[in-house]
Write a new protein. Sequence first.
Length: 313
Amino acid sequence: MYDLVIIGGGPAGYTAGMYASRARLKVLLLSSIFIQSQTTTTAEVENYPGFPDSIGGFELLERMKQHAVKFGLEVLDEQAESIDQEMQDGKQIWKIKIGDKVLESLSLIAATGAIPRELGIPGESKFKGRGVSYCAVCDAALFKGKDIVVVGGGDTAIEEALFLAKFVKSIKIIHRRDRLRATKILQEKVVAEQKINFVWNSNAEEITGEQKIEGVKIKNKMSGENSFVACDGVFIFAGYLPNTDLFKRIVELNEEGYIIADDNMHTSQKGIFACGDCRKKLLRQVVTACGDGATAAFSAQQYVESLCGTEYK
């Protein structure tokens, strides 16, 4: 029986684990290899306080993990398959199935993050892993000296494009608007990069090719004109989908599938809290995920202590 089980091994989850462990709760964090934190696929994190020279996403997350484990957090590399509840001795208990085991906990924190959103256009599935990628850090080296297309205009798309520019011959960024949504400092950097050009007000309509990618068919939203961009690879950064299937019938979600939680990370279900990118929120960054995680852990602590009659009054 755990006081708290945290599902998700990203910045939100490990921060929650550190705070809950420091409060001397019995805490387990489930970190599945099948659900990769977006932080680990980020080449450089340049806006996390205290690291003015930037730090690699994987290294930052590993430091967070080590920090949390130092305070007693237990980490298990397993995927939660289902969540159920039952009453035991007048207390609501959460039962988490992992493989042939069932864990029991007084409270849960959802820190399951989000996964890259697919465009859903012809050719995308065909070339997934064979020229279509959603992670520059993972696949940039495979496109050394090649011409590629990047789809998107937010922070992630521009950060990844800047990273890709270190490897590839040229980049065309296809964006559905006439200006970028990315942070101003990133816009300044990408405009200054000579390898990068833009295709504005356009949508990618189809990824073409036989054995390998030959290019992308695009359509201008303003003129309706169709055109073709020849390329060897396509990197898609069109936002994210919350990884919340596990919680669909347990807590309230919004129309996009994000968990609805208040400022204290309380969900619609007593004893379940949410933090990080899986939660409906304004800004999804490492620093906001950490803040969410700390708050969720404190709320879980208060809930568990109230349940056990040990709260500070």
